[in-house]
Design a protein around this ligand. Sequence first.
Ligand code: ZN
Ligand code: ZN
Ligand code: ZN
Length: 377
Amino acid sequence: MTTTAGAPALFTRDDYAARMRRALGDARAAGLDGLVVTPGPDLVWLTGYRPTAATERLTALVLTADREPTLLVPTLERPDAAAAAGVAAASLVDWRDGADPYAAASALLRPDGRYAVSDDAWALHLLALQAALPGSGFHAMTARLPMLRAVKDADELARLEAAARGADAVYEQIVDVRFAGRRESEVAADLADLLRGSGHERVDFTVVGSGPNGADPHHEAGERVIEPGDCVVLDFGGLMHGYGSDTTRTVCVGEPTDELREVHEVVRRAQEAGVAAVRPGVACQEVDRAARRVIVEAGYGERFVHRTGHGIGVTTHEPPYMIEGEERPMVPGMCFSVEPGIYLPGRFGVRIEDIVTVTEDGGRRLNTTARDLRTVR
Ligand code: ZN
Ligand code: ZN
Ligand code: ZN
């Protein structure tokens, strides 16, 4: 790590080199010959290189036991790639328009090898690689190496904590704005401005689900005018210093009804139970079970329509998933959301979400704003 005033220390060539070694070690342990990493979160995590966009021109980091890490890039993007700290830990090979990038990639791979490929590799590139190497096998990264980025080191955790603090500051400010009489999209725009103001460089989502729209868990924000008495789900986050934030609170415009108070209290207790189930060595599915049990026992089981949580890191949705069937254990350093909800179609929804990290003693919330039902104007 090297330190820069005002911002977290930057990851160095050595940090990235260590990640590349760990990735290759994990791949070998999973019976694979290596990894083929295309632009997206895996490449950012392994090299710090975030091309402006994944494109029809092949960019791929190849990690195998037989050779040094090698990043294949289009010639015109070489200067940008070379500027990324982690790329210094790899040899850089460029290809010019008109050349065959798949032949160049094949030369780095075994004709009968088995490789993990980034989930978000374009079909265009993967199909061409398969055609160039018909004897080799390619496997989805998170299917074979699901926990590759799941356990955060101290520097990554510090960034996730900073992002959570930023998001918490946004919540404390949004509860002071006017809701009644304004469109969801206007409150969403306030959330986006506040996220940028808190230090986020990227806003990923600003959910404002008022009244019946709150019953749609992934409703973003629309033109509905918020009314007095509405329950409003606020779920927002983005990237700060390269790491994600994601928090949800549900507020009420004016006095809540008894029914809303009751539903909110069930969700609050479910979220509490989910966080209390976090413990190293315990299966991830136990977090989902603990939260779900509270909601089922309150009679709302059919209305909790999604898993309880997802990992967070250089993206806002990644393994580990807190879902029935995920039997892999929690490990200190993992960071994920605990976000149960109850959705009553046509009426309203309630969700409460915090990012939690696994410590030796249990779960620790990174989001710390009050989880009671707040009243807004
Ligand atoms: Zn989501
Ligand atoms: Zn969320
Ligand atoms: Zn989430």
